[in-house]
Design a protein around this ligand. Structure first.
Ligand code: PEP
Ligand code: MG
Length: 555
């Protein structure tokens, strides 16, 4: 077999093609003199930001549905008044290019510290920075080169604009040196069916035109593979697909214990796609943050009602779990800001923000109730980042007063998981947010690739907390990344989880995994995993007890 590089597979499938590197951004000119004319340099930056926003919007207009919203969000970041003001401030000590560079850097730090959705938008901010600096230098926008033959794209991190503008028919696969597991690029690759791997830290060793093969399921890059290696890989992928294709229909174990297989979405267009996907039984997590991002004021009651109505309508009579705004108290949502925080991930975020800005929550709840009245979908509403019974009760009272019938909370703080039995007395359902639950249990920043091992959702301590939460006397779902891992799905169902929510393309593999096992077998797999001392041992222990065909599925 060939030499290999490893990362994290984010979109399954095999690809074999030469490498094409995405053009890196030019970077600011370090010899640039500080601004001698604040007014005219400020005007140049304003113009460049405007132009970039306009170009991104134009790209959005000619892009497929799944890219449009993303490009519009990036365009709105370029128009963010706070960002422009921050550039002007930096102009006092720098030239225009450096001013943009440092202003965006400060902004990005704030986004990253917020975690979750905002941390994933850091890539979009950097995209704006690179385009504006290239414009100030009179250079073309950095990004994907013109492709004349099938390639595997290599990039530090792919921006939404890159993914939207690339000729997908020539892109066989994507490898990123950085890139988040839940980044736009990863989500888009999965939607487009392009195999993709992120966090390949040694990717710089690969040169333009070099042949590689990638396994987007296992997260492995094969360097200069011979024909035999490629054939083996292709056989493995075909075997995986053949096992998955054996199963269809709704989610259930082999003894017909139903497990709802739901989709995670962030926009109306995601909902439209999910609504048309026969594998999707409903929405398990609608992240409503998208609508609030990069705006000067919160969307109005009417605007929100319209958006939620479109989402609910897209799902017919199916279930839709909506999460209320999960933002922090820092700058990105200027109208929700309270104060500067040293550690925003541990600060006024999620429900805590709603408790300090009741107006934002009440408008959202009213809009959801109004959308519910207009549509057939079964609306469930939940709060993010709940830590105590008091908080859960406060949210439930407020949501019910607004007319919401099914009220729940996310279990993503260890305190909530530990007291799940008591929380269950005041709400109707739980949804385990395994991404944050892992981050807070392991005290490891989820945006920091260096901590990937601690951030593994198979960490035994986190498995214990899933078990605690799943034992509560209310329906429990999982909507973090753990829910889309076919093997971990078996553990979760064995612990008592009723629904699993994930990127829609992950559903067939999870459905197949469930269909191969009875509920009792899932319980046995869960017990085996919880005996382990490490995440890797837990995974191995589960695999050892599972149906042998699972080896083909997890690679
Ligand atoms: C989670 O934390 O697992 C979750 C689903 O929420 P988010 O990823 O949006 O923080
Ligand atoms: Mg979360």
């Amino acid at each position: 077999m060939a030499d290999t590089l490893t990362g994290i597979g984010v979109s399954a499938g095999i690809a074999h093609a030469p490498v094409a590197w995405v053009t890196e951004a030019p970077g600011y000119d370090e010899t640039e003199a500080p601004s001698a004319d604040l007014e005219s340099d400020g005007e140049r930056i304003r113009q460049a930001l405007n132009d970039v926003s306009g170009e991104l919007l134009a790209l959005a207009g000619s892009s497929p549905e799944e890219s449009r919203q993303i490009l519009e969000t990036t365009a709105s970041l370029a128009k963010d008044k706070g960002l422009f003001k921050a550039c002007l401030k930096k102009l006092k000590d720098h030239g225009p290019q450096a001013a943009v560079h440092f202003a965006v850097e400060d902004y990005a730090k704030k986004f990253a510290r917020l975690g979750g959705y905002f941390a994933e938008r850091v890539t979009d901010l950097f995209d704006v920075r690179d385009r504006v600096i290239a414009k100030l230098q009179g250079k073309p926008a950095p990004g994907v080169p013109e492709l004349t033959e099938p390639v595997i794209l290599l990039a530090r991190d792919l921006s939404p604009a890159d993914t939207a503008t690339m000729d997908a028919s020539k892109v066989r696969g994507i490898v990123m040196r950085e890139g988040g597991v839940t980044s736009h690029a990863a989500i888009l690759c999965a939607q487009l069916g392009i195999p993709a791997i992120v966090q390949v830290s040694d990717a710089n060793a690969l040169t333009e035109g070099q042949m590689i093969a990638i396994d987007g399921n296992a997260g492995i890059v094969y360097v200069d593979p011979d024909e035999e290696s490629v054939a083996t890989l292709e056989e493995r992928a075909a075997a995986r697909q053949a096992v998955i294709n054996e199963f269809s229909g709704s989610g259930q174990t082999s003894d017909e214990h139903a497990v709802g297989l739901l989709a995670n979405i962030g926009t109306v267009s995601d909902a439209v796609l999910a609504g048309q996907d026969p594998n999707v039984e409903g929405i398990g997590l609608f992240r409503t943050e998208f609508m609030f991002l990069g705006r000067a004021a919160a969307p109005s009651l009417e605007e929100q009602t319209k958006e939620y109505t479109r989402v609910l309508r897209a799902m017919g009579a199916r279930k839709v779990v909506v999460r209320t705004l999960d933002a922090g108290a820092d700058k990105p949502i200027a109208f929700a800001s309270t104060r500067e925080e040293e550690n925003p991930a541990l600060g006024v975020r999620g429900l805590r923000l709603s408790m300090s800005r009741e107006d934002l929550l009440d408008t959202q709840l009213q809009a959801l109730a109004a959308a519910d009245a207009e549509t057939e979908a079964e609306l469930w509403v939940m709060a993010p980042m709940v830590s105590t019974v008091e908080e859960a009760r406060w949210f439930a009272d407020r949501a019910r007063a607004a007319g919401i019938e099914k009220v729940g909370v996310m279990i993503e703080v260890p305190a909530a998981a530990l007291r799940a039995g008591r929380l269950a007395r005041v709400v109707d359902f739980f949804s385990i947010g395994s991404n944050d639950l892992t981050q807070y249990t392991m005290a490891a920043d989820r945006t920091d690739g260096v901590l990937a091992e601690l951030l593994d959702p198979w960490q035994p301590a986190v498995l214990d907390l899933y078990a605690h939460a799943a034992a509560a006397d209310v329906p429990v779902g999982v909507c973090g990344e753990a829910g889309g891992d076919p093997l971990l799905a078996l553990v979760l169902v064995g612990l008592g989880v009723a629904t699993l929510s994930m990127g829609p393309r992950k559903i067939p593999a999870v459905r197949a995994a469930l269909a191969m096992h009875s509920l009792e077998e899932c319980g046995r797999i869960a017990r085996a995993a919880r005996q382990a001392d490490t995440a890797a041992e837990a995974r191995e222990a589960a695999l050892a007890v599972a149906d042998p065909r699972m080896r083909a599925i997890v690679g």
